[in-house]
Design a protein around this ligand. Structure first.
Ligand SMILES: Nc1ncnc2c1ncn2[C@@H]1O[C@H](COP(=O)(O)OP(=O)(O)OP(=O)(O)O)[C@@H](O)[C@H]1O
Ligand SMILES: [Mg+2]
Length: 578
């Protein structure tokens, strides 16, 4: 897997300036074509911001460490480790340090560092100095005799310690424990990749209901292939959204990640020559120039041109290194992304490209989403493969229990009971196993797990469905925490403490404390990167650890209250971001 230093500093090129307006124009046009209506700008901006943070946890960065002198940057979890222990660092300082380490040995200008940490927010050099101070203090680095970060007078900073670029830690097992029952799917994906390496473009869909294990199998696949230095991986995910989905959202996200990788400079150059309209949409590239003039010049550029540009750019890109492009949760996809998928699948030109998309078939059908028609058409023409994940078998469940509890000698009736209750849905199985422990059905004694109660209690004591499982989990929390979660659930997969507080009419700090305490207990939510309001105020963001949680939670809120919450939070978003 290639490891890259992102060099996004090409913003002065006239090609880019020219393309800025074009990109905006096309994106606006695509939104309108797709929906026929638009949501308020301020809300859209807030949602977009939330969305960009959410995909930061996709499989792309999984298992990568950048290592220097006993320290490692864990890119997937955005944290600094020292000899395996987590060292506290604010998200901004992490972003700055990451950029410096990635560009090790080279001058990184203040402007570039500000872009890495503060994206589009306008801040002064002072905030950068504070972050550098924090990093130096954390690393015990003396600015007068630096081991890590050298100041380059008036211009910026340089990371000077040797790094192990190749030190990608590629675990043999996927992050959340070894998968059961997915060997054949992994083998199918590997086989498709072999075809792609030979220049036969491949489009593969992995489908199945919520919780069946789509993300897990894709993560396991990426973990297997990530050790290959001759392969690039880019991944993005669609988000559940109100109103219009941003055009090309998951693709832009995936490209953004690719550009920030160590060989990102080459990707930028290729986009510049083949797909300038795409390059300017990548969030951290600076938007400058005379937009009006650019708009004028570029009137009449079509969506077709944009699609063709990307198809050609990907062909050029994969001429050197094969690419795996993962697009998750396509049942929420914007329509432009589907157009691109269709074009990528249909083109005859050689490309060492494997596109893997995941989706939930029921959601596609219920929402009459055009993904269904696209897949049907591509299947008829043999331009894609659709791998429908099967429910786990009883033997798989037995394998899972044996592995999770380190207990190969559980009686087969346990797996049979769990399988019966869960239908072999992986998420249900994991949750049910949690519940068995909570209810004292499985207990640990002297390092061994054993069944402590009659097995038929699984039937009596355990809920019928995951909804009930989650409801029970929530009911055990304090009422005030339950209220926070319900409002958060109404907001979707990712939420800010501020928006929840606005919905509840409560103090944002109190909401933040409740969310932090939940995440410390490993319950339902985890922190996402901070977001910064237009007035420079940082706001805590969180996301649910699984997207079934917001579904169950918001269903607990009666419709009339949900409507009132939407109105109240909408007003707050307008005032805060507007
Ligand atoms: N094959 C498996 N073996 C063991 N555990 C699994 C397996 N597949 C999934 N899991 C576990 O089940 C849970 C749900 O899996 P995952 O998130 O991959 O589902 P999904 O299909 O992507 O769901 P969604 O449609 O909501 O995105 C996770 O906790 C995961 O660790
Ligand atoms: Mg998933």
């Amino acid at each position: 897997m290639t490891y890259f230093a992102g060099q996004a500093g090409k913003e002065d090129s006239s090609v880019l300036q020219a393309a800025i307006g074009l990109a905006e124009q096309i994106r606006a046009a695509s939104d309108e074509i797709e929906t026929g209506h638009r949501i308020p700008q301020s809300i859209a901006a807030a949602m977009k911001e939330a969305g960009q943070e959410a995909v930061a946890r996709t499989a792309m960065d999984a298992h990568r460490l950048l290592t220097f002198e006993g320290y490692s940057l864990d890119l997937a979890n955005e944290r600094l480790l020292h000899e395996g222990e987590v060292v506290a660092l604010t998200p901004k300082a992490f972003a700055v340090l990451r950029r410096l380490v990635e560009d090790g040995g080279q001058l990184v200008t203040k402007k570039e560092l500000l872009r890495a940490g503060w994206a589009d927010t306008h801040v002064t050099d002072g905030v950068l100095r504070v972050s550098i101070l924090e990093i130096r203090r954390t690393l015990g680095d003396d600015p007068a005799a630096p081991r890590f970060i050298e100041t380059v007078s008036r211009r910026g900073y340089r990371f000077i310690a040797p790094r192990t670029r190749s030190a990608l830690v590629v675990p043999t097992a996927p992050p959340r424990g070894a998968l059961v029952g997915r060997e054949h799917v992994l083998a199918q994906l590997e086989d498709r990749l072999e075809h792609a390496r030979r220049g036969e473009r491949q489009v593969v869909f992995v489908s199945g209901e919520a919780g069946i294990g789509k993300t897990s199998v894709l993560e396991a696949f990426l973990a297997r292939v990530a050790g290959d230095p001759d392969l690039s991986i880019a991944s993005g995910a669609c988000l559940e959204h109100y109103g219009a989905a941003e055009a090309y959202f998951p693709v832009l996200e995936a490209l953004g990640r690719l550009v920030r990788e160590p060989a990102g400079e080459r990707v930028v150059r290729l986009l510049e020559s083949h797909a300038p309209t795409w390059l300017v949409q990548l969030p951290w590239l600076e938007h400058s120039g005379d937009r009006e003039a650019v708009h004028h010049k570029l009137l009449g550029v079509t969506k077709e041109r944009m699609l063709r540009e990307m198809a050609e750019a990907l062909e050029a890109l994969t001429a050197k290194t094969p690419l795996v492009l993962v697009l998750e949760d396509l049942h929420w996809s914007d329509y432009s992304t589907l157009d691109l998928l269709g074009m990528l699948a249909r083109r005859q030109e050689a490309a060492r490209l494997l596109v893997v998309g995941s989706y939930r078939p029921t959601d596609v059908i219920v929402a009459s989403h055009p993904l269904r028609a696209l897949i049907q058409e591509l299947r008829v023409r043999r331009q894609c493969e659709d791998i429908a994940l099967q429910f786990l078998s009883e033997a798989d469940v037995a394998g899972y229990l044996a592995q999770r509890f380190g207990e190969p000698a559980f009686p087969p009736e346990l797996a049979a009971a769990v399988h019966r209750r869960t239908d072999g849905n992986a998420l249900f199985m994991v949750r049910l196993a949690d519940e068995l422990v909570t209810l004292g059905l499985l207990v640990e004694q002297q390092g061994h797990w054993r069944i402590a109660k009659p097995l038929d209690e699984i039937g009596g004591a355990l809920p019928e469905s995951l909804r009930e499982l989650i409801d029970k989990q929530i009911a055990r929390l304090e009422p005030a925490v339950q209220r926070v979660l319900e409002v958060a659930g109404v907001l979707g997969n990712q939420f800010t403490a501020g928006a929840v507080a606005a919905g509840l009419g409560e103090d944002p700090v109190a909401v933040e404390e409740r969310c932090d305490s939940l995440s410390r207990q490993g319950q339902l939510v985890v922190p996402a990167a901070l977001t910064v309001l237009t007035n420079g105020m940082p706001v805590a963001q969180y996301c649910f650890t699984h997207n079934l949680y917001p579904q169950v939670l918001s269903a607990r809120v009666p419709a009339a209250r949900r409507l009132r919450l939407h109105q109240r939070i909408g007003n707050w978003l307008e005032q805060t971001y507007g």
